[in-house]
Structures are given as structure tokens and as C-alpha cells.
Design a protein around this ligand. Structure first.
Ligand SMILES: Cc1cc2nc3c(=O)[nH]c(=O)nc-3n(C[C@H](O)[C@H](O)[C@H](O)COP(=O)(O)O)c2cc1C
Length: 262
């Protein structure tokens, strides 16, 4: 470990290879025409499965997709995201209750009345493995991004991946050797997101002021890239994205897949 100022300007007292890998991370949507072999994906996933798991339930599965026809179908579900079709490998991180169900059945019971807690812990488990895989991949020079748009039609995604009951895809991940790496998006000031001892103590109490500053910073980032934005960039995007029509059938669809979330 050494002392330094990181490349994206966030001053920190200490750094390490892992910290620096995280500081360099950015979502990449353009990949070189170079395969990512099975041994590489195996190394990434083997490391990722050391992620902590709630009560050791290991309630996740990963579907490794290389088949072009399958990636094309997933790209349609995600609203035509080209990087999903073009990625050398797509990893589908799934919440998976099948092994829990098996253990319960062997004990003469079932999980027919599974609830919000089981849905949450399995989704958290899948997310932790996903982030660990992403970090492992980044550490060896792979780049990519997470794909939540698989939940645009969670039933269709399940059908494409032939997921059984009690399994749903929480998010996917494109991974490849990078072609074009965009500049990093600024993050909110840590003063807004880190609270000491109690929420809102000190500078974090000025959430409105910090948010106004971030809106400007993000607008500046998009403008510097020649991209369209509103002056209140982040707030405008969030306002557009989050409304009552967002994935309205999700709860009913998840129930069909064997997750109650009630
Ligand atoms: C769970 C999750 C789902 C995401 N889904 C998508 C997606 O469907 N399509 C996409 O282009 N980016 C997706 N992203 C990437 C985010 O848009 C991106 O992380 C965010 O804009 C910040 O940019 P950065 O990762 O380059 O810092 C997703 C990220 C996460 C964590």
C-alpha cells in the first residue's frame, strides 16, 4: 500500500491495487474482437464465489452465455442494447432458491410460502457475487457493465435462459477486452453519501446543496462529451426514469417464477 492521490481526483490517504482497480472502473460498452476464454471466466467466477453469502445459503446461479442467438434474444429484452449482442460473454446473475427447496423437500417441507426475506437475501447474494466477479474481471483487464434491463421482461429472460421455477435473473453482465473506454462519470461528493455517527450530521445535512452541485457536475460531464443533458442533469434523469409505470408487472412476474416478495 502507498499514499497517493487517485487518478479520478478523489483524494485518499491510502491505496492498494484493489483500491486503484476500483478507482479506475467505468462501465464499458465496446469490446475488442478478441475472445474471453473459458479459463478466464472460470478464474473470475471461482474468485467471485468467495463472496460472503447470507447464512451460507449460496442462493445464486450464474448462466454463462456465449451463444450468439441467445445474446441476440437477450439484447431484444434489454430494449435493443447493442453491447448485449456484441459482448463476447454475457453472465446472468440469478437469485436461485432451487437448492434451498431441495434441502427443505428432503426434510419433508417446502418453500411454497417463501416471502420477501428469501427474495431479498437471494437477490443480495447474487448481487454480491456479481460485484465480486466484476472486480475480479477488472483486476485482469477485462471491462464490461451490468445489465439490469434483463428485468424489462423477467419472464422472457427466464424463458431464454431456460430458468426453472425459483430462479430469476437479477441482472446480467457484459464482459470483454475493452475497445473504447469512456471517461468516468463523476460521482456525488462523498460529503453527501457518508454520514458520521448519525444520518445528516455535519456537511451531509445539506443534501439539497450537494445535489445541486452534483447536477451541475454531471451536466458538465455530458456537455464535455457532446451529449445532450438538462442543466439539472441527474435530477432530470431520475425524474424521467422513476415513475409508476416502471416494470409494473414485476411483482406478479416474480410470483410466477416462484418468488413471493410479500
Ligand atoms: C444493477 C445495474 C444495472 C445496470 N443496467 C444497465 C443497463 O441495462 N444498461 C446500461 O447501459 N447500463 C446499465 N448499468 C450501468 C449504469 O448505467 C452505470 O453503472 C452508471 O450509469 C454509472 O456509470 P459508470 O458505471 O460508468 O460509473 C447498470 C448498472 C447496475 C449497477
Amino acid at each position: 500500500m502507498s499514499e497517493q492521490v487517485t487518478s479520478n481526483g478523489s483524494e485518499t490517504a491510502l491505496t492498494s491495487e484493489t483500491i486503484e482497480t476500483l478507482h479506475q472502473r467505468v462501465s464499458v460498452r465496446s469490446y475488442a474482437d478478441k475472445p474471453v476464454d473459458d479459463a478466464t471466466i472460470d478464474a473470475v467466477l471461482a474468485a467471485a464465489f468467495r463472496a460472503p453469502t447470507s447464512s451460507n445459503i449460496q442462493s445464486y446461479s450464474v448462466v454463462v452465455v456465449r451463444d450468439q442467438a441467445t445474446k441476440d434474444k437477450l439484447a431484444v429484452v434489454t430494449g435493443g442494447q447493442k453491447h448485449v449482442a456484441k459482448t463476447p460473454v454475457f453472465l446472468a446473475f440469478c437469485a436461485d432458491l432451487t437448492r434451498i427447496e431441495l434441502a427443505k423437500q428432503r426434510a419433508g417441507s417446502d418453500i411454497d410460502d417463501n416471502n420477501l426475506e428469501m427474495g431479498l437475501v437471494s437477490s443480495i447474494d447474487a448481487s454480491l457475487v456479481g460485484m465480486a466477479a466484476y472486480l475480479a474481471a477488472e483486476s485482469i483487464g477485462l471491462k464490461g457493465l451490468m445489465i439490469g434491463a434483463v428485468r424489462n421482461d423477467i419472464l422472457k429472460t427466464a424463458e431464454i435462459l431456460e430458468l426453472p421455477k425459483r430462479v430469476f435473473c437479477v441482472f446480467g453482465m457484459c464482459l470483454g477486452w475493452p475497445d473504447r473506454v469512456p471517461p468516468q462519470k463523476p460521482r456525488m461528493d462523498r460529503l453527501a453519501t457518508v454520514h458520521h455517527e448519525r444520518w445528516g450530521a455535519g456537511p451531509a445535512g445539506d443534501q439539497g446543496g450537494l445535489l445541486t452541485q452534483y447536477d451541475k457536475d454531471l451536466a458538465g460531464h455530458y456537455e464535455s462529451r457532446g451529449m445532450a443533458t438538462e442543466p439539472d442533469s441527474w435530477s432530470a434523469e431520475i425524474n424521467k426514469k422513476f415513475n409508476n409505470d416502471l416494470r409494473k408487472t414485476l411483482r406478479a412476474d416474480l410470483k410466477q417464477l416462484g418468488f413471493d416478495f410479500i
